[in-house]
Design a protein around this ligand. Structure first.
Ligand SMILES: [Zn+2]
Length: 275
């Protein structure tokens, strides 16, 4: 599943291709993904100029002239392909934007858990999918105090709380595990007890793991893009995620990385280093 760093990597590379371009033609190739495409989507997009490409949590927001915004979520398996207009859309491509410079942006989504919506830009903050999302972890105002305030009334584990989008925006299972490891916080600790210096360390760790992943995406993307046209997916080496039983990279603990299940999701951690 694309996580925040993948979506941000896609945003950075795609924005260079779409900003300032006009949508020559748009096309939907089926009626729905997770939800129906908005009515008359292709007609409403045709001729619009792209002003910017932004991100909120794991949503891409294409701001268009005329005060419109195209909201895109990649779901479980969504990919953005950047290629040339014309020709066969390819398998599992459900939505196409042909730009006035001859390039084509395609949304490919085999499992169809993604979604596309077209809304008035000034109503974005009130959009049902966006209005309850917590602070952006890569935002300048994301600090230990902001994080602690979001966690204070939570009796769940800190791991579960980090996956709750109302507390922190866009943090998925991989990066929650990695951030807790770096901050030396046990995934089983009660979320409301993460305060003060511990919350500050966690806020810094969250930003560090996301920034490292984005940097890795940026560096591998160039090799990746030409053969497949696919943006933002990369192999990234994690310190704890999916490393059950392997030596701990943070200390000399004999047991190595452990796996437990919390809320139906695997958590990877070091029981000695993380408290
Ligand atoms: Zn360890």
């Amino acid at each position: 599943m694309p996580e925040l760093p993948e979506v941000e990597t896609i945003r950075r590379h795609l924005e260079a291709a779409v900003r300032g371009k006009r949508i020559a033609a748009a096309r939907t190739l089926r009626g729905d993904l997770r939800r129906p495409f908005p009515p008359a989507l292709a007609e409403r997009l045709a001729g619009r100029r792209v002003e910017s490409l932004e991100r909120r949590a794991k949503y891409l927001i294409l701001r268009l002239d005329g005060g419109l915004a195209l909201l895109v979520h990649l779901g479980m398996s969504g990919r953005i392909l950047l290629g040339e207009a014309g020709g066969n859309p390819g398998p599992h491509v459900h939505f196409i934007l042909d730009l006035d410079d001859g390039r084509r942006v395609s949304l490919q989504d085999p499992r169809r858990f993604g979604m596309v919506d077209l809304v008035a830009a000034n109503l974005l903050d009130a959009h049902p999918l966006l209005k309850s999302i917590g602070p952006e972890p890569l935002g300048a105002r994301f600090t230990g105090n902001v994080l602690a305030d979001r966690l204070k009334d939570s009796a769940t584990s800190i791991k579960a709380a980090l996956l709750d989008q109302r507390r922190v925006a866009g943090l998925g299972n991989i990066y929650a595990c990695e951030a807790l490891f770096r901050a030396r916080i046990s995934p089983k600790r009660r979320a409301g007890s993460v305060t003060g210096p511990r919350a500050a360390a966690l806020a810094r760790a969250i930003q560090a793991v996301l920034k490292d992943a984005i940097a890795a995406g940026g560096s591998t993307l160039r090799d990746h893009r030409l053969p497949s046209g696919e943006l933002g997916y990369f192999q990234h080496h994690f310190r704890v995620y999916d490393r059950e039983g392997q030596p701990c990279p943070g200390c000399d603990c004999a047991t190595g990385i452990r796996r437990i299940v919390q809320g139906g999701r695997s958590t990877f951690y070091c029981a000695k280093r993380q408290r």
